[in-house]
Design a protein around this ligand. Structure first.
Ligand SMILES: Cc1cc2nc3c(=O)[nH]c(=O)nc-3n(C[C@H](O)[C@H](O)[C@H](O)COP(=O)(O)OP(=O)(O)OC[C@H]3O[C@@H](n4cnc5c(N)ncnc54)[C@H](O)[C@@H]3O)c2cc1C
Length: 511
C-alpha cells in the first residue's frame, strides 16, 4: 500500500531531503508529496496519479544522487522505492534485486544465500535503483566487470504515448532497446525500474587483503608529487592491465595540502582462493619506495568510499609492507552505514574523468598548483580520488550490449568537495569548477578544452557522478555517452518509451 507524505506530515521534513544537504536548494523547491511505495503495483499507481494530475514525478532509491534530479521538484511528486528492497532467488532461477536495496544489503544477502558477489560499489547505503541504472562499479570490477554487465532482465514502468502507465519485463528478447538503455544509461531517463534480475553471478572472494603507503604533504615538492602520481598511472596503464593483476584494486587519494596531511596509496587484493599470495600487491607497493619518504600503512583509506574494516585477522608483513586481512563479508558490509549515510548535514559536489593513459606532467603540474593553493574555508574538504580501472571493465563487445561506452580506461577519477555551511556554496563551487576546467585544459584543446573529452588521454565522465556544470557545453552528452552510436540510440529509446518526456532533469536524455 502506498503511504503518501505531504508538507503537513511530520515525516515530510526528513523525507523531502536528499542525503546531500544541498538539495532541495530551497524549501519552496521541495516536492509537494512523497509516495512511499512497497510494491511494483504501488509504483505504477503512484506514477499514474502523478501523470493524471499533470505533476512531474521524480524517483528515489538510496537518495545519493549527486545533483538536483530527485528532491528538487517544485510542487512535484517524489516516488520513493526504498521499500522494494528484497534480494532473493528469482522464480525462474538466478537472483532478483529490488531497486530500494542498499549495496550493503546486496553484498550481505548474496554472500549469505549463496557465497556469490555482484561487482557493486562500496558505500553501504547507495541504492540499487540509481547505482545499477547508471552502470555501477566497485573494488571487484577489474576482476569481474561492471554491475550492468551481469544484468539479464528488469521490470520497468513507463508512460506511453497515450499517457497510459505500462509495466513491462525487458531483456535481450523483449524490448531489447529499452533493456540496453537501462544497462548504464543513467537513472530516471526512461521509466522506473521495479526489479533487477541476474541469471549468473560470480563467486565472492575469501578475503580482502589491504596495504598501502603514504607520503607527508609537509615535505612534498612538485617533483615528488609528479613522481608518485606517474608511478601509480604507469602501473595502471601497463602491468596493471595484465590479467593476473585484475584482483588488485588500487587507489590514490590526492587530497588538498593540509598541515600533517598525507598522500595515500592503497592496494586491496581480492584473495579469491584463500591462498593469500601477496606478490602482486607487494610488487605494486614496492614501486613507491623509490618515490621518497614513504610510510607503510596496513589500513589504507584514501577516500570516503573506501571500505573500512572493524574485524581483521592479524596483520602480516610482506617485504617492507604490512597487510591486513579481512573476511570478505566484513570488508563489504562491516562498515555498516559507510560513506555519507546521513541526511541533510554534509554538502557535496563531484566531478569525474575516465583516463586511458598515465597522467601527463602538464596536468599534474596543474593538479599540484590547485592542491597547494591556500584559500581559507575553500580548499579544505577537497580530494581527487584516483581508482584503478580496466581489466574486465574493458570488454569491448559490451559497448554495444550495454549503455556504458567507456571500455578503454585504466583509471577513473572522482573529484570530491565536502563542506557544511550553505554560505560557502558559491565560492566552493566556483573554486572546484575552476580547478577542473584548468586541469582538463592541459591536454585538451579547442572547444573541448576544460573537459576530459574522448581522445588519446581521456574517455569522458561517469553518468553516476553527474555534474551539471558540464551541461553548459553543447557536447555534454558525448562526455557521458561517448562519440559513437550510443547517444543517438538513447534518444530513439527515449522517444519510444517516454514520448512525453515525463522523466526529465537537467541532464536527462533529450528525445
Ligand atoms: C558515498 C558514495 C559512494 C559511492 N560509491 C560508488 C561506487 O563505489 N561505485 C559507483 O559506481 N558509484 C558510487 N557512487 C555513486 C552512486 O552509484 C550514484 O550516486 C547512484 O546514482 C546513487 O543511487 P541511489 O539510488 O542511492 O540514489 P538516488 O538519489 O535515489 O537515485 C539516483 C538517480 O537514479 C534514479 N533512480 C533511483 N531509483 C530508480 C529506479 N528504481 N528506476 C529508475 N531510476 C531510478 C533517481 O531518480 C536519480 O536520478 C557513490 C555515491 C556515494 C554518495
Amino acid at each position: 500500500m502506498i503511504e503518501t507524505v505531504t508538507r503537513n506530515d511530520s515525516l515530510y521534513p526528513a523525507l523531502c531531503r536528499g542525503r546531500n544537504a544541498r538539495f532541495p536548494y530551497t524549501d519552496a523547491e521541495g516536492v509537494a508529496r512523497v509516495e512511499l511505495c512497497a510494491t511494483a503495483d504501488d509504483v505504477a499507481v503512484a506514477l499514474r496519479r502523478a501523470v493524471d494530475a499533470g505533476l512531474r514525478p521524480t524517483v528515489r532509491a538510496g537518495a545519493h544522487c549527486y545533483e538536483d534530479f530527485v528532491v528538487n521538484n517544485p510542487n512535484g511528486v517524489l516516488i520513493d522505492v526504498r521499500k522494494l528492497s528484497q534480494v532473493s532467488a528469482a522464480p525462474g532461477g538466478g537472483y532478483q534485486i529490488g531497486p530500494g536495496a542498499f549495496l550493503g544489503e546486496i553484498y550481505n544477502a548474496l554472500f549469505e544465500q549463496a557465497g556469490l558477489n555482484l561487482p557493486i560499489g562500496s558505500c553501504y547505503t547507495v541504492g540499487a535503483g540509481g547505482h545499477i541504472s547508471g552502470g555501477g562499479y566497485g573494488l571487484l570490477t577489474r576482476q569481474q566487470g561492471l554491475t550492468v554487465d551481469f544484468l539479464t532482465a528488469a521490470d520497468v514502468v513507463t508512460v506511453d504515448a497515450h499517457g497510459k502507465v505500462v509495466s513491462q519485463r525487458v531483456d535481450r528478447h523483449h524490448h531489447s532497446d529499452l533493456f540496453r538503455a537501462i544497462r548504464g544509461g543513467g537513472g530516471a531517463n526512461f521509466g522506473i525500474i521495479t526489479n533487477f534480475y541476474f541469471d549468473k553471478l560470480p563467486a565472492a572472494p575469501k578475503h580482502l587483503i589491504s596495504g598501502g603507503v603514504s607520503f607527508p604533504w609537509d615535505t612534498m615538492t612538485e617533483e615528488q608529487f609528479i613522481h608518485i602520481a606517474q608511478t601509480f598511472g604507469n602501473y595502471m596503464a601497463t602491468r596493471g592491465q595484465e590479467k593476473d593483476t585484475w584482483p588488485l584494486f588500487t587507489m590514490m587519494g590526492l587530497s588538498h595540502k593540509a598541515p600533517n596531511g598525507r598522500i595515500n596509496i592503497g592496494a586491496h587484493w581480492h584473495d579469491m582462493d584463500g591462498k593469500s599470495d601477496l606478490s602482486i600487491p607487494t610488487e605494486f607497493l614496492d614501486l613507491f619506495l623509490k618515490c621518497g619518504d614513504a610510510s607503510s600503512d596496513s589500513d589504507p583509506q584514501t577516500n570516503a568510499n573506501a571500505p573500512v574494516s572493524r574485524f581483521q585477522l592479524s596483520p602480516c608483513v610482506e617485504g617492507k609492507h604490512r597487510f591486513n586481512t579481512t573476511p570478505w563479508l566484513e570488508a563489504t558490509v562491516g562498515r555498516g552505514s559507510g560513506g555519507s549515510s546521513g541526511y541533510g548535514t554534509t554538502r557535496g559536489k563531484y566531478k569525474s574523468c575516465y583516463m586511458k593513459q598515465n597522467f601527463t606532467t602538464a596536468e599534474l603540474k596543474r593538479m599540484y598548483a590547485w592542491l597547494t593553493r591556500d584559500i581559507p574555508n575553500v580548499n579544505t574538504g577537497c580530494i581527487i580520488s584516483v581508482d584503478s580501472y580496466g581489466g574486465a571493465a574493458n570488454q569491448a563487445h559490451l559497448v554495444h550490449e550495454t549503455a556504458v561506452p567507456q571500455r578503454s580506461s585504466v583509471m577513473k577519477l572522482q573529484f570530491q568537495m565536502y563542506w557544511q555551511k550553505p554560505e560557502e556554496d558559491a565560492i566552493r563551487l566556483k573554486y572546484f569548477d575552476d580547478m577542473y576546467t584548468d586541469i582538463y585544459s592541459a591536454n585538451v584543446e579547442g572547444k573541448h578544452a576544460g573537459t576530459p573529452f574522448e581522445g588519446p588521454h581521456y574517455e569522458g565522465c561517469y553518468i553516476n557522478y553527474p555534474d551539471i556544470d558540464m551541461a553548459r557545453y553543447d557536447f555534454w552528452p558525448q562526455l557521458y555517452y561517448g562519440t559513437g552510436d550510443l547517444y543517438p540510440f538513447l534518444k530513439k529509446v527515449k522517444k519510444k518509451y517516454d514520448p512525453h518526456n515525463v522523466f526529465h532533469n537537467s541532464m536527462s536524455v533529450r528525445a
